[in-house]
Design a protein around this ligand. Sequence first.
Ligand SMILES: [Zn+2]
Length: 75
Amino acid sequence: MQCPVCARPAQNLTPNTLDGVVVGCGHCGSYRIHGGTFHEFVSLELAQRLAALEAAKLASQGGWPLVNARCLSAG
Ligand SMILES: [Zn+2]
């Protein structure tokens, strides 16, 4: 797959059981996008996507940072 943040080649790490998408990107790291947030996330400008990912990383308590609706408004 293509990384939804930086558009570089990335791995799709999503478990079958998970609602959302887990991306493993060599540039951005591994992160999760909430299922209900994905389409809105990918329609953002690059700078807003980066800001949302950064917000998710700051809020993460270990494990995959989760990009959710709250992170989108951080940009
Ligand atoms: Zn990336």
